[in-house]
Design a protein around this ligand. Structure first.
Ligand SMILES: Nc1nc2c(c(=O)[nH]1)N[C@H]1C(S)=C(S)[C@@H](COP(=O)(O)OP(=O)(O)OC[C@H]3O[C@@H](n4cnc5c(=O)[nH]c(N)nc54)[C@H](O)[C@@H]3O)O[C@H]1N2
Ligand SMILES: Nc1nc2c(c(=O)[nH]1)N[C@H]1C(S)=C(S)[C@@H](COP(=O)(O)OP(=O)(O)OC[C@H]3O[C@@H](n4cnc5c(=O)[nH]c(N)nc54)[C@H](O)[C@@H]3O)O[C@H]1N2
Ligand code: SF4
Ligand SMILES: [Mo]
Length: 724
């Protein structure tokens, strides 16, 4: 993006902030005004962590370029990655610690020094610990390189109530593949010849390297792409065949594919005999699921299901039913993803080129620090009782919120939040607000006054990713790499990196002994195990280290290989599921349908926004300035709704107003709106117009993993105005 496209007002602010940068200078960087230098670092504008080369001139970051050394990002930097520059130069970003003075949400803040903010927050946290025990504070965060420091502070403080973003995102898909293969594999889209994408919207929801691989292989007609999605997404547009599948019925499609593949003897018998267990039971189980039956469920013709099943098994092992990433869809999400995992297994695409590949890793060292005691109290979400198979360290966010609101099994009165906006990321904002209102203390670490921060007591401004050095990290994958995020410019304002914030709090909570190290020491210890000379220097220079050898396939394909499952085999039938009271093979239950006059709200992303967090970025807002409600003409017409009308969208928990986009790109039984609009925080006033989906989404979760189920809400749509 060139400077010519920067809106004039935004450019003025950038220029002004740049002047500050020049005055401060850049420590070990050349600091003569006008001198140009480059820093290899990592993007933080979404979870992919692509490698970046930042170009600085005159003390100001002029451009972010892709760094092709990273085998995951492969020379790609997306629109959000480019626009990340404005995180640092955003005039409305957090610039110093703040303490709330008025009521929650009233907006009376005072600027505070770091000392004051630490003292105040630590005082509150100590008081809660004294009265309710350390379990009285929830510690929540979304993944990032520095999340480990924040999480460790919660553990050292003694709370069992760590809750992380996977339980709003990918917990069900991860658990399903782990229960089947003992690990969560990658999908080798670079080499696959046949790809089925069910709702995984890779052309708009970027996952690296999958997005680039899929673009390349479909554009070159190397791979056939089948897309199942109730919306006509960009992925659907690029596919060979798009099926507007009836929402919540993917499992029927998959079971019918299994019926055909097993019934016609198209499965990989030798592979299954050697590596799997439970095939006989699976064979008997899928007899009932005929393509004709599945047609009634999915609204996809039986003949097409047969065709896809045959093409898929013919193309195997270079054929994948892609797992998807955000699997916070339906209450049976885990079982649907299990069905996918089983389908992939029966065609024998495991650990083969163009199939599913267990992730490669690279060694990293660990800094040794004092261990803390394990928490005494059980988790407030009662994970062991409710979701015994779920990942212990991530919790179950929505069950946690229910229990905190009910005060069971014990009171929770504090909430520490880092790099997360639960007000928008959890369904039903009114419940989240109630959870916040009953807290004695909320502390938020963010870079902007998010809607969540707006309701906090203390806001700790973290330096943006361009102003800080984070822990180096290994990105597992088919071609793994170690990447480094390092400071490009000194902080422009009175902000700190996560470790400094954690240390400031730890000192006052008498927990300093657990955080007695610097980021440099942490990174030196981590880099020590890397198989190269001067590893940290290498990373500082290049930003990324990838193995020079191309990926190898088949390391697990030894008859004696033990998968990390109960039986040591790929578990088509799962005894562990049976013991936990769940279906050991995926059993189909038809989803509830919206009653007449209501529509299912389905979610999805755009390539130029990340969740709810960058709809204030002027460069990105240039692409789209509001979120509109997608509605099919057949549904809009009877209620007199026309394109551009203002409508009220109502569920059982709330309503929002936004304008309508009448379009055939969505099934008539669904509506859709983009996440990240309809902000409450006045600091985010530049965010585009529209409504917040979290205000109307209802609370539901997957039965096995506890992951949020965000596609279970039915809404009414009422016209309230015409275009002005
Ligand atoms: N309605 C709805 N809910 C959803 C989803 C959806 O599509 N729709 N998606 C779900 C999924 S898949 C996910 S992963 C979650 C994501 O949920 P969140 O992690 O809450 O998503 P973000 O909007 O990215 O919020 C991250 C917060 O981190 C802040 N931030 C950004 N960079 C930094 C930084 O460097 N340091 C710090 N301290 N803060 C930073 C942002 O300002 C923002 O307030 O939401 C889930 N919930
Ligand atoms: N640009 C961009 N890229 C991102 C992110 C971002 O915010 N912006 N976030 C990152 C994160 S954290 C995640 S988790 C991933 C999410 O990436 P994805 O896993 O691809 O998830 P979504 O983009 O939410 O897309 C879900 C799709 O499922 C469709 N769908 C809804 N119900 C059904 C159904 O019953 N069956 C089928 N077959 N389809 C259905 C929806 O219409 C939607 O298009 O993206 C990552 N990449
Ligand atoms: S996909 Fe885009 S926003 Fe995400 S890390 Fe890569 S460049 Fe940054
Ligand atoms: Mo996610």
């Amino acid at each position: 993006m060139s400077e010519a496209t920067i809106p004039r007002r935004a450019f003025f602010h950038i220029a002004a902030a740049g002047a500050v940068a020049t005055q401060i200078g850049c420590g070990r960087r050349p600091n003569t005004a006008g001198q140009r230098y480059e820093v290899a670092t990592a993007c933080e504008s979404c979870p992919n962590k692509c490698s970046v080369i930042a170009v600085v001139e005159g003390g100001m970051i002029r451009k972010l370029n892709p760094n092709p050394r990273n085998p995951k990002s492969r020379g790609m930097l997306c629109a959000r990655g480019n626009a990340g520059i404005l995180q640092a130069y955003d005039p409305n970003r957090l610039k110093q610690p703040m303490i709330r003075e008025g009521k929650r949400g009233e907006g009376k803040w005072r600027n505070a020094s770091w000392e004051e903010a630490f003292d105040y927050a630590a005082g509150k946290l100590a008081a809660i610990k004294e009265k309710y025990g350390p379990q009285g504070v929830v510690w929540s965060s979304t993944e990032s390189f520095a999340e480990i420091f924040f999480k460790n502070l919660g553990l050292a403080y003694g709370t069992p109530n760590i809750v992380r973003h996977p339980t709003l995102c990918l917990a069900s898909v991860n658990l399903a593949y782990s229960m089947t293969f003992g690990t969560v594999p990658s999908f080798d889209l670079q080499n696959a010849n046949y790809v089925i994408m069910a709702g995984a919207n890779r052309f708009e929801s970027f996952i690296t390297p999958d997005t680039m691989d899929l673009i390349e292989s479909t554009m070159n007609r190397k791979a056939r792409l089948i897309c199942l999605d109730p919306r006509f997404t960009v992925t659907a547009a690029k596919a060979d065949t798009w099926f507007p599948i009836k929402p919540g019925t993917d499992m029927a499609f998959i079971l019918a594919m299994l019926h055909v593949i097993i019934g016609e003897g198209r499965y990989d018998k030798a592979f299954l005999d050697t590596y799997s267990t439970g095939f006989d039971k699976l064979q008997a189980h899928v007899i009932q699921y005929t393509p004709e039956w599945a047609e009634k469920q999915t609204e996809i013709p039986a003949s097409e299901i047969v065709r896809i099943a045959r093409e898929f098994s013919d193309a195997a092992p270079r054929a994948v039913f892609y797992a998807g990433r955000r699997s916070s869809w339906y209450q049976n999400d885990f079982q649907m993803r299990r069905a996918q995992a089983i389908l992939n297994a029966v065609v024998g695409n495991w650990d083969k080129q163009g199939g599913m590949v267990p992730n490669g890793k690279m060694p990293l060292g660990e800094l040794l620090f004092l261990p803390w005691d394990d928490p005494q109290a059980p988790r407030v979400d009662e994970l062991d009782k409710n979701f015994p198979l779920a990942a212990k360290g991530d919790g179950a966010y929505l069950k946690l919120r229910e229990n905190v609101l009910a005060g069971t099994p014990y009171p929770v009165k504090g909430w520490m939040i880092s790099k997360q906006d639960p007000f928008n990321a959890l369904p039903d904002q009114s419940k989240t607000l109630r959870m916040m209102e009953q807290m004695d203390f909320i502390g938020v670490i963010d870079i902007q006054m998010s809607d969540t921060a707006w309701y906090a007591d203390v806001v700790f401004p973290e330096s943006t990713y361009l102003e800080r050095t984070d822990p180096i990290e290994m990105l597992p994958g088919i071609w793994p790499a170690v990447v480094m995020r390092q400071q490009v410019i000194k902080p422009l304002h009175n902000t700190k990196p996560c470790l400094d914030i954690v240390q400031g709090l730890a000192k006052r909570l008498n927990l300093s002994q657990y955080f007695d190290y610097t980021i440099e020491q942490w990174n030196e210890a981590a880099a020590k195990e890397m198989p190269i000379e001067m590893p940290l220097e290498y990373l500082k220079k290049h930003g990324v280290y990838a193995s020079p050898d191309p990926p190898r396939y088949g390391a697990t394909l030894q008859p004696e290989h033990r998968f990390v499952t109960k039986s040591g085999k790929i578990e088509l039938f799962s005894e562990r599921l049976q013991e936990a009271g769940h279906d050991p093979l995926p059993v189909y239950h038809a989803p509830e349908q919206p009653p007449a006059g209501r529509f299912r709200l389905v979610l999805g992303r755009k390539a130029f926004f990340t969740h709810a967090n960058n709809t204030t970025n002027p460069w990105l807002l240039d692409f789209q300035k509001e979120n509109r409600l997608w509605m099919h003409p057949q549904s809009a017409k009877p209620t007199g709704i026309a394109d551009g009308d203002l409508v009220e969208v109502t569920s059982s928990v709330g309503s929002v107003r936004l304008r309508v986009k009448v379009a055939e790109e969505i099934r008539p039984d669904c509506v859709h709106m983009l996440h990240g609009f309809g902000k409450r925080s006045p600091w985010l006033k530049r965010a585009g117009e529209g409504g917040a989906d979290a205000a109307i989404l209802e609370t539901a979760w997957d039965r096995v993993s506890g992951n949020a189920a965000l596609h279970e809400t039915f809404v009414q749509v009422r016209k309230v105005g015409v275009p002005s």
